[in-house]
Design a protein around this ligand. Structure first.
Ligand code: GDP
Length: 304
């Protein structure tokens, strides 16, 4: 089940960059760059993104700005920061959510266990603290435990949880609840969704229905459609992101579990290949463990 699994080897593999740079010499830079490219590929950056990064370092060598191992390391980091920020996340700084609707609506999608419900809870807490009246819509209506988990987050964040009959289709919950509550009561509607159905196809179909239910019940499109990705997942994160993007046209990413040791090189590839900004990162299991994405800090963590 390639779509749902995969573990990052990034941390382990990137240790090789140190060994490689210890052997760096300007005379043999071409050989070193080829090896670097291989290490990046094996560390989940994917061939296309690895090539892009190495090409930028090669340009630096040719123009004379990259002469030493230290220069190479610096060029490597800045190439990564550039790839991570060229798509909407300005200069390593916060790319806040674009919330313009009244109420604003955010659809949260991702595979089971990625951290969707936790992230919805964290977002409810963050925006609640900033003064927004938040309304939560449970998407996984078939698992009572999932809705209960969301209810618990809602209580902590002072947000209101949409009620529903167990087994009701989430798009119906979205349509009925969002319509019943006048727009001026809530500032922000966060929609959690299911992460697994019988098939990936069924899941995508349901997410499309959820997305259009949000569009119909509220105003037009959701303000943001965010994919939650487990940051410890390997390169198949890219497959996941492609499938979700094809189905519901994403506007951004949230990476979870970056408090662990794994730092996914695959993230760079997802941002580069799909042109989606990372909006937030999850760094723990409590309501406050959500941070704005910082590309510089991310690159620094990859190559400490
Ligand atoms: P969902 O199935 O996508 O809704 O995933 P959940 O929100 O239920 O999260 C799955 C597991 O990952 C739970 O045990 C969460 O506590 C945990 N989790 C979510 N985000 C983070 C994070 O940023 N850091 C850590 N360490 N754990 C997280």
């Amino acid at each position: 089940d390639r779509f749902f699994k995969g573990t990052s080897k990034t941390r382990e593999r990137l240790g090789l960059v140190d060994e490689l740079l210890a052997l760096w010499s300007l005379e043999d830079y071409e050989e070193s760059l080829e090896e670097l490219e291989e290490v990046l590929i094996s560390a989940d950056f994917g061939p296309r993104t690895a090539l892009k990064i190495v090409d930028r370092i090669r340009d630096g060598v040719k123009s004379g700005t990259v002469k030493s191992a230290d220069d190479t390391r610096a060029a490597l980091k800045s190439a990564i920061v550039e790839l991570l920020t060229s798509r909407g996340a300005a200069g390593g700084r916060t790319s806040e959510l674009r919330l313009q609707g009244r109420p604003a609506a955010v659809l949260i999608v991702g595979v089971n266990g990625a951290g969707k419900t936790t992230t919805v809870g964290k977002l409810a807490y963050k925006y609640g603290k900033e003064g927004a009246k938040v309304f939560l819509i449970p998407g996984d209506t078939f698992r009572a435990a999932a809705a209960e988990q969301l209810a618990e987050w809602g209580r902590r964040a002072g947000a209101t949880l949409g009620t529903f009959r167990e087994g009701a289709r989430p798009q119906a919950v979205i349509a009925s609840r969002a319509c019943k509550d006048p727009a001026d009561v809530y500032d922000l509607v966060l929609v959690d969704t299911a992460g697994r159905l019988h098939t990936a196809y069924k899941l995508m179909e349901e997410l499309q229905l959820c997305k259009s239910a949000v569009g119909t019940a509220l105003t037009g499109q959701p303000d943001e459609t965010l994919l939650v990705l487990d940051g410890t997942t390997g390169l198949n994160m890219l497959n996941q992101a492609r499938e979700f993007n094809d189905a519901v046209k994403l506007t951004g990413l949230i990476l979870t579990k970056l408090d662990g040791t794994a730092r996914g090189g695959a993230v760079v590839s997802v941002v580069d290949q799909l042109g989606l900004p990372v909006k937030f990162i999850g760094v723990g299991e409590t309501a406050e463990d959500l941070q704005p994405f910082d590309a510089e800090a991310f690159a620094e963590a990859l190559f400490p």
